[in-house]
Every structure is written in structure tokens, then in C-alpha cells.
Design a protein around this ligand. Structure first.
Ligand code: APR
Length: 272
């Protein structure tokens, strides 16, 4: 880990007016949850085409069966996973008044478990299940408890099909999360981009929105009200498509290590 970049990030965070974080699966690998696209990741073990919304609508029983099998044989559980130093560091930055929100693509609830209060769940939350007819929500656990494998998919009391409340490919981002995330990206003067390969839209465009780079997503607004350019600081084990293009710098390393070093340094600089 390049400590001069840790120092730079700590100083920029202290000076920032409105810092936000965008996180991806890489922040949870240190909690034992595999990411999607690294070697050995979820998409190497499972066929992503199962997780298209249209496929779910066409074959809900098959998709449920696959999800349950995944839960049984991946060797990790979203229900028992614990937050790691990375999640905790972001919660501490929020407590310090530095970080204003975490926009996460993760569906594992670990930011909330670590104590982050303002979490924008861009891709939903796998610990919940939602009726596609009446939108009633249940916890995933209660649905699992009464699951009948010979009678899939599970159904709502209204008779509608239940779907895990994670956003599938081709499914709309929850409106509220989308609005809030775009507004945070527009408002921030610093964005930490942690553990994401930035390959899935529209989340992948949030860092360039923060940078004030024109995109289809920003529409016409920035022609009239140009956005101040935020610092975009990437924390990742690898470089990504954002590196050297959108981000100002990349701190290469494990998210938990890097983020906790940044928080330690901020505490030293502030004398707390
Ligand atoms: N520390 C830092 N970075 C890490 C770590 C770690 N401990 N472990 C993995 N990474 C990095 C990888 O180098 C990679 O760049 O995290 C990134 C994970 O990328 P993806 O697996 O593509 O995950 P993500 O970007 O969150 O995927 C976005 O794709 O299929 C979907 O809906 C799913 O929300 C997900 C979306």
C-alpha cells in the first residue's frame, strides 16, 4: 500500500465539504463473500443469465431453485457474514461527520451492520423478498423457513410471485435509490470508490457524474449549472476502467487495510 496516497486521501477527506462513498463487492470479500468478476468470483461459478429479470418472470421456479442451491453450496452465508474493517472504517468516517453517505451496489446489508446510517442500496438487499404483484416485503429468512421445494416459486399472501429484493440484470434500479445516488454524486466534492470493477451501469457512471464529466445520465442540467469537479479516490486490489480516466488516484490494496489506515491517519491529524 502506498502510504503517501493514504496521507493524501486522509488530508483530502478532512478538507472535503461533502464526501460520499460508492462501494462494490470488493469491500465484502474480506468478510468471506466472494465478488463477482475476480478469479473464482460468483460469475465464474454461476451463469449470470439466470439473473436476468425477464428470465425470472419467465421461469421463477427455476431461478429460485438456482438461488437456493447457490446459498447451499457457496460456503458463505449472507445471514451470518460479519462486517470487516472496511465497512467499519466507513461507519467511523460517517460518525466523524466526514462521510455523508454510502452508495452501495452490495446486497449483503453489511454497511448497516457495521453502523453506517445513510446507506443507499443501489441494487436492493438480498435479505428481503418482495412480491412482484403487491410489493409487500418479507424477510428472506422467513420465506426460506416456509419454503416448499416442490412448490416453487414462493408466493405472497396475495398470490403474487415473490422475488429476492436484489436488482436483477435488466431490472430498474429502485427509484428512490437512483434519485438519491444521483443527487449525492452531483453534490459531493469527494467520492471514495471502493472495491468495484465499475462495469455495471448505471452505478459505474456515478464516479464520472461526481467528476462533472458529461454523460447521458446528467442530461442537460450540467450545461447550465456546471458541476464542481469532485476528487475521485479509488481503493481496489486492481486497476479498473476508472483508473487514470476518472479517478484522481488509486490506492492499491485490500479495502479493509487501506480504509482503516486512512481513518487512523485522520484521527492522528485531527488529534483524536
Ligand atoms: N479490496 C479491494 N478491492 C477488492 C477486494 C478487496 N479485498 N476484493 C476484490 N476487490 C475488487 C476487484 O479487484 C474488483 O475490481 O473489487 C472489484 C469487484 O468487482 P465485481 O466483482 O465486478 O463487483 P461489483 O463491481 O460490485 O459488481 C457490480 O455486478 O453482477 C453485478 O449486481 C452485481 O452489484 C454487482 C455489480
Amino acid at each position: 500500500m502506498d502510504l503517501s496516497l493514504v496521507e493524501k486521501a486522509a488530508t483530502l477527506l478532512i478538507k472535503s465539504r461533502y464526501a460520499v462513498a460508492l462501494t462494490g463487492a470488493g469491500i465484502s470479500t474480506e468478510s468471506g463473500i466472494p465478488d463477482f468478476r475476480s478469479p473464482g468470483g460468483i460469475w465464474e461459478r454461476y451463469d449470470p443469465s439466470v439473473f436476468y429479470y425477464q428470465r425470472f418472470l419467465a421461469e421463477p421456479a427455476f431461478v429460485w431453485k438456482t438461488i437456493i442451491e447457490m446459498g447451499n453450496d457457496t460456503g458463505f452465508s449472507l445471514f451470518t457474514a460479519e462486517p470487516n474493517k472496511g465497512h467499519e472504517a466507513l461507519a467511523t468516517l460517517e460518525d466523524m461527520g466526514i462521510l455523508k453517505s454510502v452508495i452501495t451496489q452490495n446486497i449483503d446489508n453489511l454497511h448497516q451492520k457495521a453502523g453506517s446510517r445513510r446507506v443507499i442500496e443501489f441494487h436492493g438487499n438480498m435479505l428481503y423478498v418482495k412480491c412482484i404483484k403487491c410489493a409487500r416485503k418479507y424477510t428472506y429468512e422467513e420465506v426460506l423457513d416456509r419454503l416448499d421445494m416442490d412448490n416453487l416459486p414462493p408466493r405472497c399472501e396475495c398470490g403474487g410471485v415473490l422475488k429476492p429484493d436484489a436488482v436483477f440484470f435488466g431490472e430498474a434500479i429502485p427509484q428512490m435509490a437512483m434519485t438519491e445516488a444521483f443527487s449525492e454524486a452531483n453534490m459531493c466534492d469527494l467520492m471514495l470508490v471502493v472495491g468495484t470493477s465499475a462495469q455495471v451501469e448505471p452505478a459505474a457512471s456515478l464516479p464520472s457524474m461526481a467528476k462533472g464529466q458529461r454523460s447521458m445520465l446528467s442530461g442537460m442540467a450540467d450545461l447550465f449549472f456546471p458541476k464542481e469537479k469532485a476528487y475521485v479516490i479509488e481503493i481496489n486490489k486492481e486497476s479498473t476502467s476508472l483508473t487514470d480516466v476518472v479517478s484522481d488516484f488509486l490506492i492499491k490494496g485490500a479495502a479493509g487495510e487501506v480504509l482503516s489506515r486512512i481513518v487512523e491517519r485522520i484521527k492522528e491529524l485531527k488529534g483524536i
